[in-house]
Design a protein around this ligand. Structure first.
Ligand SMILES: NC(=O)c1ccc[n+]([C@@H]2O[C@H](COP(=O)([O-])OP(=O)(O)OC[C@H]3O[C@@H](n4cnc5c(N)ncnc54)[C@H](O)[C@@H]3O)[C@@H](O)[C@H]2O)c1
Length: 383
């Protein structure tokens, strides 16, 4: 299959590119290094360096004998994206090219504007480039479970059957995100649903939970092929922050009461989910929404797991509740369905103690590079 990966330098984009290329697909990646630039601007650099995309692709070719074509370009620039789509004629596009940090999007006007413009612009341009140059192409778009927020009813996979005054209609499941970044994903979904209805676009929208892990089949333990590992308050997910805090001897900072529940998944499972979506494309005029996670935990449960993993290798880990910098429910009902990807064949890799210990050991190798100033919250939107 000819596959175009937008955001191919990113945490998910690079492992996805390697995985598809290793399976023999024809892969082209596009990135404009937005993530690296924002990391520099906000002192949120990753724990270890990642070679740039061109160097990584050369290294991958040398070690795996497979070529990944690289385009350094901005998806928010329509003429560039249009040219790439025309040149590559993709059968599937995996769209990761967005500004994915909630705290960054809540930092101030400039950051909010940049997030809104970038994310909506990249999605809009992707839609148009496909409509004009590859209308049969299957667009696999990364959304987030955060689009749903934390409603007091079960979260369905994308749609909700509503009965009103004796009549029924299926609608997009109501969305109420907790940050501007997550809200751009809600707007993306609306935009996609519009072009699916009116222009027959083929779309799978993956509502993904936070991902953890740095090793995949293709990295083969070679750090130069591993994706970015951020542990700061801007780009670091709670799992990465806890692992780094554990290694640095900083108490794990649980925001508020710690009852915030989310669905998590292993990076290896993101690769499986995207591959399954690509292998089972939807028809023209169909929007398929899949909830993409394998297990759900509260923040307190995550802290306890990291504590147990630390104890296993002789690290004494403390936990501290701090004021929540975010505006979010800290104790809430959460029951999100996630059956459809299992039905397609997903075989979950769970967050075992071994998995956490392995990640912690990798962090230990870089202990000297940990900057403790990066791990505490620097952005607040708790009003
Ligand atoms: N990592 C997670 O836990 C997670 C969870 C849910 C959803 N997602 C979504 O998955 C996608 C990928 O996330 P990630 O963690 O790999 O983030 P990332 O920041 O590491 O990757 C995104 C990549 O897209 C690039 N990019 C952004 N805007 C671009 C543009 N206009 N043109 C070209 N390239 C652009 C960035 O430079 C970056 O390399 C995002 O859309 C994110 O919202 C991620």
């Amino acid at each position: 299959m000819r596959i175009l990966i937008l955001g191919g330098d990113g945490y998910l984009g690079w492992p996805t590119a390697m995985s598809f290329a290793a399976q023999g697909h024809d892969v082209c990646v596009v990135d404009n290094y937005l993530r690296r630039n924002i990391a520099r601007e906000t002192s949120s650099e990753a724990l270890f360096d990642n070679p740039n995309l061109v160097d990584r692709a050369a290294l991958f070719e040398a070690t795996h004998g497979k070529r990944i074509r690289v385009e350094i370009a901005d998806c928010n620039d329509y003429r560039s994206l249009e040219r790439i789509v025309r040149d590559t004629g993709p059968e599937a596009v995996v769209h990761y090219a967005e500004q994915p940090s909630a705290p960054y999007s809540m930092r101030g006007f400039d950051e909010a504007r940049r997030t809104l413009d970038n994310n909506l612009g990249a999605t809009f341009n992707t839609v148009w480039a496909l409509l004009q140059h590859a209308p049969e192409c299957h667009l696999i778009k990364l959304g987030t479970m955060g689009e749903y927020g934390t409603p007091n009813i079960d979260i369905e996979e994308g749609w909700l059957d509503v009965e009103h005054n004796g009549r029924r209609q299926k609608f997009l499941y109501p969305r109420q995100a907790g940050s501007l970044y997550h809200t751009t994903k809600v707007l993306d979904t609306d935009l996609l649903w519009f072009y699916v209805r009116t222009h027959g676009l083929r779309v799978t929208d993956l509502m993904q939970g936070p991902v953890y892990g740095i090793d995949t089949a293709e990295t083969r333990g070679d750090q130069r092929l591993m994706p970015n590992f951020h542990y700061d308050d801007i780009f670091g997910t709670v799992v990465n922050r806890f692992l780094v805090q554990a290694v640095a001897g900083i108490p794990l900072t649980v925001y508020g009461k710690g009852g915030q529940t989310r669905g998590y998944l292993n990076l290896k499972d993101t690769l499986q989910c995207v591959a399954l979506a690509a292998a089972h494309p939807v028809k023209r005029g169909e929007l398929r929404i899949l909830n993409q996670f394998t297990e759900q935990f509260t923040v307190n449960q995550l802290a306890a797991r990291v504590q147990a993993a630390g104890a296993r290798i002789g690290i004494d880990v403390a936990v501290k509740n701090i004021e929540n910098p975010r505006k979010e429910a800290e104790d809430h009902y959460y029951n999100a369905k996630h059956q459809a990807l299992l039905d397609l064949g997903l075989e979950p890799h769970l967050m075992t103690e071994e998995v956490l210990v392995e990640m912690m050991q990798h962090v230990i190798r870089h202990k000297a590079a940990i900057d403790p100033r990066k791990v505490l919250p620097r952005v607040r939107w708790n009003g």
